[in-house]
Design a protein around this ligand. Structure first.
Ligand code: ADP
Length: 489
């Protein structure tokens, strides 16, 4: 049912309001008249007019201000507004457009022009409303689809699990001896059950990712051990095909904040693809963080490679490239899911490949360092030990300095959130460094933990007096230090 078009007229001149009503009402528009900006703002959300006609020059609150306030609120931001004003200069016209009006009509207004402009804005509003409606319907349909996929996939899992356990029991030959033919059939059933389970998991993962419902469980990860474990799960398959699988870490890897299960899922996918599409040679997993900003992973094989024209399709849903021999049991969803999991970690994934020679799948995950910590000690061993302890937490960017002068420089360049500061430093001692930093007018928030042997209470007092936020006795109890760091930053 068509509703009657509502037009809100905002004008402090009673004569102009009357004129507008006399023009609009006979055209079938419902006209609501208000005499001030404040009144308009109070009533507008309740009225929800289709169009506002707004005078610019009004006492107390000008039309410009009304426009700005209308555009600042969700309920009124998109109500089409025509300014009717005697201010004709380009500066005021620009100001009115900047404030958010859609049309300007000069005062005294030409009746035909005003009606034409109202009609034109109503037409635009109509299209706009239709687009909004269909967007809403699309969103609703999307979420029904997501819900459907998720329910069906879950429902499929239950009977599949029952089939799998029954077949597993048959396979043990406990219920009865199997003939060779029966064994072949059972093997086939098992492999298809696995394939179906993979498909269900992939579809579920993808629908979760696309609905933005995949939640990452980010934890500090020690990659060497995790990757080694992943490699071991593939070692047997590699060996059975006469292939090698090995890792190459260019340096000691720092702790990475990532979702362990999802990272393993990505690596498993890339490694099993690499093994699947390689007849001889090796699969190498390389990891490094040379740019200090990202952890870069690469799974490289000496397999069949990918044609250049196929590369753009690889990360698309349900895409299996190459000839039918390459469509071996997969779903064509693996790489799409991997890429999206990595994107959820704010990383990137790409491939470099030489057809006939091999492929290298790369992905990066940023090293999430939200807080910066500067460690200052003149003893190299202490410095390294403290660095290792802090790095272990996986969420701090670390810089080090070995004397008071360098500490001051690093403080300026690196802007640390926290400084772990030894007292007995060459060049400028730690107490002095602490005082200078705490007296720095630009500095509002750098916290300082002072460390020292503190053989007398007096020394501790000096540290507190210099402005330390915490003091810790050497040899440092690492647990205590981490607790203090967490408390301070
Ligand atoms: P699937 O689960 O079907 O393997 P993926 O998304 O993991 O799906 O891979 C899509 C396609 O990309 C594969 O079917 C294959 O054609 C190609 N592909 C993936 N990895 C490699 C690789 N290491 N070497 C050659 N082709 C590959």
């Amino acid at each position: 049912m068509n509703h009657r078009i509502k037009i809100l007229v905002v004008d402090n001149e009673p004569r102009d309001r009357a004129l507008l009503e006399a023009l609009l009402s006979p055209c079938g528009y419902e006209t609501i008249l208000v005499a001030s900006g404040q009144e308009a703002l109070e009533k507008v959300a309740g009225i929800q007019p289709d169009i506002i006609l707004l005078d610019l020059i009004m006492p107390k609150m000008s039309g410009f201000e009304v426009l700005q306030k209308l555009r600042a609120q969700e309920a009124t931001v998109s109500i089409p507004t025509i300014v009717i004003s005697s201010l004709q200069d380009s500066e005021n016209r620009t100001r009115a457009f900047d404030a958010g009006c859609d049309e300007i009509v000069s005062k005294p207004f030409d009746r035909t022009e005003l009606l034409a402009r109202i009609k034109s804005l109503l037409r635009i509003k109509h299209y706009h409303d239709e687009i909004e409606d269909s967007n809403k319907r699309l969103k609703a349909a999307e979420s029904v689809k997501d819900e459907f996929i998720s329910t069906v996939s879950h429902e499929l899992r239950t009977p599949l699990t029952a089939i799998k356990s029954s077949i597993d029991i048959l396979d043990t030959e406990a219920p009865g001896k199997l003939t060779n033919d029966q064994k072949i059939f059972i093997k086939r059933v098992k492999s298809n059950i696995d394939r179906l389970a993979r498909l269900i998991n992939d579809v579920l993962d993808l629908s979760k990712l696309e609905a933005g419902k995949m939640v990452l469980n980010l934890l500090p990860l020690h990659l060497e051990a995790i990757i080694q474990e992943v490699v071991e799960t593939h070692a047997q398959v590699a060996e059975s095909r006469g292939m090698k699988i090995r890792t190459e870490f260019k340096q000691k890897l720092p702790v990475l904040m990532a979702d362990k299960d999802r990272l393993i899922q990505v690596l498993n996918n890339l490694i099993s693809n690499a093994l699947k599409f390689t007849k001889e040679g090796e699969v190498v997993i390389l990891v490094h963080c040379e740019d200090k900003q990202h952890m870069t992973f690469c799974v490289r094989d000496t397999g069949i490679g990918i044609k250049e024209e196929d590369i753009p399709k690889l990360f698309e849903k349900f895409q299996q490239v190459g000839g039918p021999s390459q469509h071996t049991g997969g779903t064509g969803l693996g790489l799409t899911i991997c890429k999206q999991i990595i994107a959820k970690h704010n990383g990137l994934m790409w491939v470099e490949s030489q057809f006939g020679q091999g492929s290298a799948f790369y992905f990066t995950i940023p090293l999430r360092k939200e807080k910066r910590i500067l460690i200052v000690d003149d003893d190299r061993t202490t410095l390294e030990t403290l660095r290792a302890v802090v790095e272990e937490q996986g969420c701090y960017e670390i810089e080090m300095a070995s004397d008071g002068f360098l500490a001051g420089q690093k403080y300026s360049d690196f802007a640390p959130h926290l400084i772990i500061l030894d007292i007995n430093l060459p060049k400028i001692n730690g107490l002095e460094v602490c005082m200078r930093i705490k007296n720095d007018l630009k500095n509002k928030s750098t916290k300082i933990i002072m460390i020292s042997a503190f053989d007398t209470e007096l020394k501790k007092k000096e540290a507190w007096n210099a402005g330390a936020d915490e003091v810790l006795s050497k040899p440092v109890n690492t647990q205590e230090m981490i607790a203090k760091i967490r408390k301070l930053v």
